[in-house]
Design a protein around this ligand. Structure first.
Ligand SMILES: C[S@@+](CC[C@H](N)C(=O)[O-])C[C@H]1O[C@@H](n2cnc3c(N)ncnc32)[C@H](O)[C@@H]1O
Length: 216
């Protein structure tokens, strides 16, 4: 799996973020600069990802190798992507490179913000974060992780949130095929309040919705 580096601007659009709460978890943060940039905005932001177990040279190498490989997926499924949000492939590449650089700088200077761990068991207390974001893990990798894993993962994201969980996108990687078990997973979330909400971001054609789970 790629350890990709989406930026704050991409997260802002993918999750339709207007104002950030006091604390945010980016679960499956990979090489994203979201945590660094949210910290700049005064937020208690934490990133969690199994890749943070890697020693620094391996992590740097993995993040760097995920940059061109990310474009490779797009090249392999050209008709499945739209460009109105990024404008051009060059702009998207630029954003990824800037984000990777920012992430690598931040993890070196503030390693306490970057926690090694992964779903379905996160090393955080119940309700630790007001908002929990999950970009391009759940549903994206539905060909790798099964329905039971997804359900356990969602429940774990809910456990560590005190207010809201947002997940984007709701389609699989590459051609953006639908996730066959998504309706069943949503049915399984009995007792939990959720909605599917449109967002002002689209890259995989038609993937412009996020799952929002609210905790009461
Ligand atoms: C495609 S990247 C997404 C990174 C970032 N969120 C972004 O949007 O650019 C997927 C990330 O999920 C991480 N990952 C893999 N298995 C995981 C798990 N069980 N729990 C949390 N993260 C996991 C990978 O290490 C990788 O960094």
């Amino acid at each position: 799996m790629l350890v990709t580096s989406r930026s704050y601007a991409e997260y802002e659009a993918m999750f339709d973020l207007t104002q950030l709460p006091e604390s945010v978890l980016d679960c499956c943060a990979g090489g994203s600069s979201f945590t660094a940039e949210a910290t700049d905005r005064g937020v208690d932001a934490v990133a969690v990802d199994p890749a943070y177990e890697l020693a620094t040279p391996e992590l740097v190498d993995t993040v760097r190798r995920s940059l061109p490989a990310g474009s490779g997926i797009v090249d392999a499924h050209q008709g499945s992507f739209v460009w109105h949000w990024y404008g051009t492939p060059e702009r998207r590449d630029e954003m990824r490179i800037e984000s990777a650089d920012r992430f690598l700088q931040d993890i070196m200077t503030a390693p306490e913000r970057y926690v090694a761990g992964g779903l379905p068991e996160l090393p955080f207390d119940d309700r630790r974060f007001e908002l929990v974001l999950c970009s391009h893990l759940l549903f994206t990798w539905a060909d790798t992780f099964d329905r039971a894993w997804h359900l356990a993962g969602l429940r774990e994201l809910v456990r560590v949130s005190s207010s809201e969980v947002r997940v984007f996108p709701l389609v699989q990687q590459g051609a953006g095929d639908p996730v066959p078990f998504l309706p069943e997973i949503l049915d399984d979330l009995d007792g939990i309040t959720w909605e599917i909400r449109k967002v002002p971001y689209e890259f995989q054609a038609g993937a412009d919705e996020m799952l929002v789970i609210s905790r009461t």
